[in-house]
Design a protein around this ligand. Structure first.
Ligand code: ADP
Ligand code: MG
Length: 323
């Protein structure tokens, strides 16, 4: 299949999301117009086969997740998803793979009401690079750097499920969907404008992502491990194993944010129906520390790091389909 007919067949003429571009796919560049008073939030993330997803991952799930993790970055800024571009590198133009991949991608796009406005298609080892463009009222984006000493630290949903799903890869397990089909917390992120002082999405594990927020804000953070929100599946594990997964397992795509002290009631109201849990406090000095209910400090280890860690997905190579 020629590059042009591939684009025409699988990526053109998709439904328009919340914001139509001024000019979409088909020219040398797309054109977008920002509504007055808004600024553009821009983020890009690449997913490499065998590094960010197992080689035997279903193409629908690869398509879905590639976009969802990018939209999660917009959510973490309090931005509304508007447009995205797709750079697709794949070993060959296999129709069944492309059909399934584009269906998963389209499903994620429909959920986030975001519009595909362009991209690039090349041959090579499977890599999906997506750039998302979001809209946020000027000056209202929620940065990592706004936390203050005394702030309370919050997290949406539950933590560690995707990591538990990975431990059960290849089996039937309720947590596998948390790994393959992350749902970005877009509405919650937008509603937290003006309330959250600082925010980050959790992609590499709470322990390492919260450290980025602490460093950017110049505060210390104390986390009470017994307060970490756990799903029933994690709740059935020995406590220390569950906490370790919750703190260092990646791929949660929950939001972690800080608010002024004593804002419990309004935080729950604003985030409703998404459950939120207060897990710690910000302090004037020090890095991030984790405490047991008896007041003893506890070390969870660290989250995933590129260049330092071997990907957990490399071991899944044996069942890889010929893509
Ligand atoms: P150029 O050679 O000018 O870069 P291309 O032939 O790569 O243009 O792309 C033609 C049009 O198709 C452009 O509008 C581009 O944005 C779009 N496009 C290419 N690949 C993809 C893709 N994988 N998904 C969506 N749009 C794509
Ligand atoms: Mg091109």
């Amino acid at each position: 299949m020629q590059e042009f007919s591939l684009i025409e067949r699988y990526f053109h003429h998709w439904p328009v999301g919340r914001h139509a571009p001024h000019l979409g796919i088909g020219d040398d560049a797309a054109l977008v117009t920002l509504p007055p008073g808004y600024e553009l939030a821009v983020s890009v993330d690449s997913l490499v086969a065998g590094v960010h997803f197992p080689l035997d991952c279903a193409p629908e799930d690869i398509g879905f997740k590639a976009l969802a993790v990018n939209v999660s970055d917009l959510a973490a800024m309090g931005a509304e998803p508007a447009w995205f571009t797709l750079s697709l590198t794949c070993p060959q133009a296999q129709p069944s793979w492309l059909e399934a991949f584009s269906a998963g991608l389209r499903e994620a796009a429909a959920l986030s009401k975001i519009t595909l406005i362009g991209g690039d298609t090349t041959q090579g080892p499977l890599t999906i690079s997506i750039q998302v463009l979001g809209l946020v009222p000027q000056g209202q984006a929620i940065r990592r750097s706004g936390a203050r000493p005394g702030d309370e630290l919050w997290v949406t949903g539950t933590l560690g499920d995707a990591a538990l799903g990975l431990l059960h890869w290849g089996e039937e397990h309720p947590c596998i969907a948390r790994l393959t089909r992350p749902v970005p917390r877009t509405a919650c992120g937008i509603k937290l404008r003006g309330l959250a002082h600082a925010m980050i999405d959790i992609s590499d594990g709470l322990a390492s992502d919260v450290a980025h927020l602490a460093a950017a804000s110049g505060v210390g953070i104390r986390i009470s491990v017994a307060d970490l929100p756990l799903s029933p599946a994690l709740g059935r594990l020995p406590a220390e194993q569950a906490w370790r997964l919750a703190l260092t397992g990646g791929d949660d795509y929950e939001l972690c944010f800080t608010t002024a002290p004593n804002s419990q009631q309004v935080v729950h109201q604003v985030c409703h129906p998404i459950p939120v849990t207060r897990i710690g406090v910000c302090e004037a000095t020090g890095g991030c520390s984790f405490y047991l209910p008896n007041g003893q400090a506890w070390l969870p280890g660290r989250g995933w790091e590129h260049f330092a860690d071997k990907s957990p997905y490399e071991k899944a190579e044996t069942n890889a389909p010929p893509i």
